[in-house]
Design a protein around this ligand. Structure first.
Ligand code: 2M8
Length: 446
C-alpha cells in the first residue's frame, strides 16, 4: 500500500487525471484511442468512483448512457461517440446496422447487444455517497423507470423458461470477451470463412496481439453480430433460428441479482413498492444456487443452454456471487477454501490478488486479457463481497493489491498476476475510478 499520506494523495490526483483525460464533454471513454465510445458497465464503474468528488459528472455519465436505451428496455453495450471523426474502433456503428430494429434509438448510434447490469448498483452508490442528497434523489427518480425497463427487458427477453436466470448471446455481453468459459461454446459455431463478413481489427494497432483475443475468437464474435443483424436484433427470431451461443453466465446473473437488490433499495427510497423487485432478485439468487453452483468444485459455473450443462471453467467471476450475498455460510466456506489456494491466491503468501482465471488450468495465461490477468473491476467486487462475509483479512489483501498495482505500474487495463506489469490500454478509466472509490471510502472509515 502507498507509504504515507502525501503519496496516497498523489495517487488520488493521478487517478482523477486519468478520468479527466478520458472525459469527452459528454461521457468518459474507457481509454483514449483504443476505446473511444461509451461502454455500459464501464459507465457504471466510472460513476461509482466519480460520485465521491464530482457527483454531477457521475450523473451525466449515466444519463448519457441511457440516451442509448432501446425501446424494448435494452441498455446497449456501446453508445457510440457522436464525434464522427472517431474511426479507431471496430466494430463501429456502421457495422452493427441497428437501424434494422424498430427498437433501436434514432437519435444516437448504439451496438445491438448488452453488458452485465451494474447500473442500478451504480445509482444506489450515488444515493449512498453523493454530497447533494437531494439532487441524487431527483436523479434516481428520473432514471428509475429506465432502470426498471432495463431489468424487465432481461427477464422478459432473455429468460424464456421463466427460470429467473437470464442468458447472454455473445461473449461481449459477458464483459469478459475471451474468457476460457467461451472456448467450447465458440468452438461449436460451425462457420465457414465465407460466412464471416469482411472486417479489419483495429485493437491490434494499440496493444500486442498476445494480450488480446485471438483471430479465431474475433471471427466468431463477428459471425455472431452478423447473425443478429440479419435477424434485425429480434430476440424471438434470433432464438427461433437457433442462436449459436446461449449462456446463463454466472457473473452476469450475480450482478443482475445484486442490481435487483439495489433497485429495490432505490424503490424504497423513492417510496415506490420494492417488494416485487426484491422477490425477483431473491428468485434469481435461488436459481443461481440451484443451477450454477458446483458443490464439488466449490465455485459457481456458467450454464451453457446449447450444450445443456455447466461450463466447468474456473474463473474469479465464479466467486463473485459473494458480491450479491448469494452463497450461504457453508457454500461461502467452501468457496473461500478454494479461493485461498495457489490456484488463485493464498492469503498468507506474498502474491498479488486475484487473477481472473485459475493459474493451474490449461487455458490460463498471465498476459492474455480475460484469461488470467488481474482486473480491477473483478477484484473490487470481490473486495466488497468478502467484506460482507467477514473475510476481512483477504479483503484487505485484495485492497492492498489494488493500491500496489496502480502505485507501481499505473492505471492499466489489466495486470500480470506474477509481476504486476500493466497490459492492455494505459490510463484506463475503471481502474482509476474504482481505485478512487476505495480511496475515498478508506478516508471516510479512518
Ligand atoms: C472490452 O470489450 C470490447 C468489446 O466490447 C473490446 O475488446 O473491444 C472488455 O474488456 C469489456 O468488458 C469492456 O467493457 C470494454 C471497454 O472497456 O472493452
Amino acid at each position: 500500500m502507498a507509504g504515507d499520506q502525501s503519496e496516497k494523495k498523489d495517487l488520488q490526483q493521478a487517478a482523477k487525471a486519468v478520468l479527466e483525460l478520458n472525459w469527452t464533454g459528454h461521457f468518459t471513454k474507457p481509454a483514449q484511442h483504443m476505446y473511444p465510445h461509451q461502454w455500459a458497465w464501464d459507465a457504471g464503474f466510472i460513476a461509482i468512483g466519480e460520485v465521491h468528488y464530482n457527483q454531477k459528472r457521475a450523473q451525466r455519465e449515466l444519463r448519457h448512457l441511457f440516451k442509448g436505451q432501446w425501446k424494448n428496455g435494452m441498455v446497449p453495450h456501446i453508445v457510440f461517440n457522436e464525434d464522427k471523426s472517431v474511426k479507431s474502433y471496430f466494430p463501429g456503428s456502421d457495422f452493427w446496422k441497428t437501424e434494422r430494429s424498430s427498437n433501436a434509438p434514432q437519435s444516437i448510434n448504439t451496438s445491438g447487444i448488452c453488458q452485465p447490469p451494474v447500473l442500478a448498483t451504480a445509482i444506489r452508490h450515488i444515493l449512498d455517497y453523493a454530497e447533494d442528497k437531494e439532487a441524487a434523489l431527483a436523479f434516481a427518480e428520473e432514471l428509475y423507470p429506465k432502470l426498471k425497463a432495463w431489468h424487465d427487458f432481461l427477464y422478459r427477453e432473455r429468460d424464456p423458461d421463466n427460470e429467473r436466470l437470464v442468458y447472454i448471446r455473445h461473449p461481449w455481453e459477458s464483459g469478459q470477451d475471451n474468457s476460457p468459459a467461451f472456448d467450447d461454446p465458440l468452438d461449436n459455431i460451425q462457420s465457414d470463412s465465407d460466412q464471416i463478413p469482411d472486417y479489419k481489427r483495429e485493437d491490434l494497432n494499440f496493444v500486442d496481439r498476445g494480450q488480446r483475443p485471438s483471430d479465431s475468437n474475433y471471427d466468431r464474435f463477428i459471425y455472431l453480430v452478423d447473425f443478429f443483424r440479419k435477424r434485425n436484433y429480434d430476440e424471438k427470431r434470433i432464438r427461433r433460428d437457433g442462436c449459436p451461443v446461449m449462456i446463463q453466465d454466472a457473473l452476469f446473473n450475480a450482478l443482475l441479482c445484486r442490481a435487483g437488490q439495489d433497485l429495490a433499495e432505490i424503490a424504497e427510497r423513492l417510496s415506490e413498492d420494492p417488494k416485487p423487485i426484491r422477490q425477483r432478485a431473491n428468485k434469481t439468487a435461488d436459481a443461481i444456487n440451484k443451477k450454477l453452483w458446483n458443490e464439488e468444485q466449490k465455485i459457481y459455473f456458467d450454464f451453457d443452454l446449447k450444450a445443456g450443462k455447466q461450463v466447468e471453467s474456473h474463473e474469479l467471476s465464479g466467486f463473485l456471487p459473494f458480491f450479491a450475498g448469494i452463497p450461504d455460510e457453508a457454500q461461502a466456506e467452501r468457496m473461500f477454501d478454494y479461493l485461498n489456494t495457489a490456484d488463485f491466491c493464498r492469503l498468507d503468501e506474498y502474491s498479488l490478488a486475484v487473477p481472473s482465471f485459475d493459474r493451474r488450468e490449461s487455458g490460463y495465461s498471465p498476459t492474455t486479457y480475460w484469461r488470467g490477468p488481474i482486473w480491477i473491476n473483478l477484484n473490487w467486487m470481490l473486495w466488497e463481497g468478502l467484506r460482507q462475509y467477514g473475510y476481512d483479512d483477504y479483503a484487505q489483501k485484495v485492497k492492498n493489491t489494488i493500491y500496489a498495482l496502480v502505485e507501481t505500474n499505473g492505471f492499466h487495463e489489466y495486470f500480470d498476476p506474477d509481476t504486476g506489469e500493466g497490459y492492455g490500454a494505459d490510463q484506463f478509466s475503471w481502474t482509476a475510478s474504482l481505485f478512487l472509490d476505495i480511496w475515498y471510502r478508506d478516508e471516510k472509515e479512518t
